[in-house]
Design a protein around this ligand. Sequence first.
Ligand code: ADP
Ligand code: ZN
Ligand code: ZN
Length: 755
Amino acid sequence: MLSLYSLIHLFSNLNLVKITLILQIAIPTPLYTHFDYLPPAGIETNLLCPGMRVRVPFGRTNRTYVGMLLGTLDDSTTSSRKLKSALNIIDFPYPVLPADVLDLLKWASQYYHHPIGEVIATALPKILNQGKADLLAETLEGKLTVEWVITTEGRLIEPTSLRKNQQRQALLLSLFQQHTLLTENEMVVDLPKPKDVLRQLQKKGWIERQVAKPKASLTSPLPLNSAQQQAVDRVGAHFNQFYPCLLDGVTGSGKTEVYLQIIQQVLAQGQQALILVPEINLTPQMVNRFKQRFSVPIAVFHSKLNDQERLQAWLWAREGKAPIVIGTRSAVWTPLQRPGLLVVDEEHDPSYKQQDHFRYSARDIAVIRAKRAQVPILLGSATPSLDSLYNVHQRRYQHLILPERAGAAVHPKYHIVDLRSQPPSQGSLSPQLKQAILARLAHQQQVLLFINRRGYAPVLLCYQCGWVANCTHCDARLIYHEATRELLCHHCGTTRPLDQECPACHHTKVHLIGQGTERVEETLVKTFPQAKILRIDSDSTRNKYAMRTMLEQIHAGEADILVGTQMLAKGHHFPKVTLVGVLNLDSGLYSSDFRASERTAQLLVQVAGRAGRAEEPGEVIIQTHYPAHPLLTRLIHHGYGAFAEAALTERQQTEFPPYTRLALLRAEAMEAKKATEFLWLAKQQAQPLIQGAVTLWGPVAAPMEKRGDWFRAQLLLQAIHREALHRLLAQWLPTLPAASAKLRWSLDVDPQELL
Ligand code: ADP
Ligand code: ZN
Ligand code: ZN
């Protein structure tokens, strides 16, 4: 028989073990933790699962946020804590984010020491972040593949002959006349109500809809050379397991063909392939080659998609309706229903690293993702990063080498022009280069000139007193742009009119010194009046269709000389280019950053690789003041591989990555010195937490200390082993004061540059 006492005891125990289900929710705030909530009333809690979006009240004002359910916890100890209830579960009963991607994001949040809520927000399409419902992929059927083509009749209409109130029709019609075929995705952004305009043109019989691509236009796989075949076979023998490969082949050696043929096998198995590229808007050729090879839906994430289209593409990938997914950096987070292969093209490209907020490397994440998904990954490059070559040395990556150019093309020949022996009055073109250009023009061949600076002239100088036009917000010079007739700061965007006299000594003549793309273009127009010249930089390609139009002109042979920035070095095929001129390489040869020589070598080889891709041999002329620079001579005489080996040895000796691990704590403040002070304090806080070999260097002012009115400083952490570094970061970062309006800080794990 129970005594009253034991009954009371039993009840109170029951009360104690009463289980509360707690939702652990990530909220997009700069805080390093997730937050606990009670489930909304009346919900079937056994159906809850991670990856569902949850609306929650947050903060003192109880503003509503869209959070992500990370997990649930049975808790009997929190009954005394007052937890808020979540408002509703947006994705019920199906999570919007599959478990594998959510786990990858959690991993990334820990590795990069970035708040989980912000990490998740980076990975989701904007519409989902806003808490709007996840439209079912079925309702979007057919949308991605709709194409429109111009009719014969449409070709004959002169767009300018249309009436004033039909300007949108005229615009669209002229686009069709230039491009023949456009997908809806390509049109919708710049044009208000594009669908209406399309219908108007269709009614007049000027364009017509074309739903499925005719099979006949698909290209067939090329017969592979033996190196290509070996690469395809080796990857093919390792499907459904983690098999990381560095596909190391010179430009034009047929890497893309290797991707295509491996992907063909992946598709045959009913799996999906995710392909990352550095730049999608500038390299439509890459996407076109995929479209021309495969008749399956391809989800292409390019920056010109609107939010709705982005969501569509994302859902198509998640539902497995798009067997091929192509995108830039952030596409690495795209959910895939049946992942079979990951490809990172031009894996050395710095654009894979996000340089603000959540500073992740999409290439490195892709490798982790492939490992977790147990699928092969191909890292392709003509100029592999030292990181990846190191992984080959460590036998972590397979080394698949394509030593020769595919087809008939041969390697280009290099010539160095010593600028020291040239009169400074000649401008950007040495007599040797001029001569070589003339020879190409005479043979109707194309010339590509590379200069790594846009604008007209990088310096405005007074000879009288030495005054230089500087940005008032940055420690930087203002660049003169002829097109806008303004001085522009490339760091903060400040502009002002060109000075007519020196503001310091009032001398009436100031001088524009140095060369930018605009000035080179001007020189070319004067020197080669017969030639058609195209300038390609971020100014001349700002308009959405400009790049595409220029590429088409180049391929049609309607341009003779192309002058441009590194945009031209990225992935383009210019079969008619037989001469490449590098106008000035010098700034890259002497830079304080430890990766500068790697970047310069890559850029040089990539630019040079544009020459002579077809039957004509290519020639590369490099103008420099440092003709004996070891980087240049090694690269030219022994190739990129030899350069990379020497550079790796140097990294080992100087204890830089990949031989050590780095993290950079950056701080910036509105007041000079405050950023450095903050970092000194941070350093003090770190000292007692250090276990193992972690060294803190600095703090020092950033090489460009002032930028956009913020004063910047940095503290470098260096470790032999990743574990010691990450243990320190995990304990240390949460102790640092939160950012304020006057001081902000950020951490960069595996920084790509220390500038
Ligand atoms: P990469 O991606 O390494 O720059 P691509 O795959 O674009 O090289 O190939 C360069 C050129 O050579 C392309 O025009 C391609 O069609 C052609 N090509 C590739 N593989 C072969 C092959 N096995 N036989 C003939 N031509 C090829
Ligand atoms: Zn002056
Ligand atoms: Zn500025």
